[in-house]
Design a protein around this ligand. Structure first.
Ligand SMILES: [Zn+2]
Length: 152
């Protein structure tokens, strides 16, 4: 039976249109941008707005910090103790236009040696985990290779 590609959290990113984008929300009154998306009220302390619109975030940002997970985290982290632990990189990316930092895993194959603070990275589709019925999708950060065209 074919498995369904299912976003781990619905509404946090889109693959519609031509490119993958993270989805936040923007306050109609003060313009603050929120990710994870805030749909009920503006979290700015100086703003009482309850009107927020979905807003695609910048596709590219710069590495603000990064680390890697070489060991299986303890409970309540969910993972199969019988499966071999796959190290991964965790990257905090600063989005200049939104003035925020968004955490995400590095794309498969991205190691600490590939990363540097200030390096340009872009959001790409990723897979968090798989089970019998689903492929749980998420976003990954991937270094922008030199020579790739600038589209934003
Ligand atoms: Zn606001």
């Amino acid at each position: 039976m074919p498995r369904t590609r299912t976003p781990l959290v619905p509404g946090w990113f889109t693959t519609e249109g031509e490119e993958f984008r993270l989805l936040g929300t923007r306050c109609r009154v003060c313009g603050s941008v929120f990710f994870p998306r805030e749909d009920s009220f503006c979290r700015s302390p100086d703003c009482a707005s309850t009107e927020l619109d979905e807003a695609p975030l910048s596709r590219r940002g710069r590495v603000w910090s990064y680390t890697d997970g070489r060991y299986r985290p303890p409970a309540p982290y969910v993972s199969d103790p019988d499966a071999e632990w796959q190290p991964y990189t965790l990257i905090a990316v600063e989005l200049a236009a939104e003035r925020m930092v968004v955490l995400g895993q590095g794309a498969p194959g991205v190691t600490l040696a590939d990363l540097a603070v200030g390096m340009e990275v872009e959001a790409v589709p990723g897979v968090l985990s798989e089970d019998a019925e689903h492929i749980w999708t998420t976003w990954n950060w991937r270094p922008v290779t030199s020579g790739s065209e600038e589209r934003s």
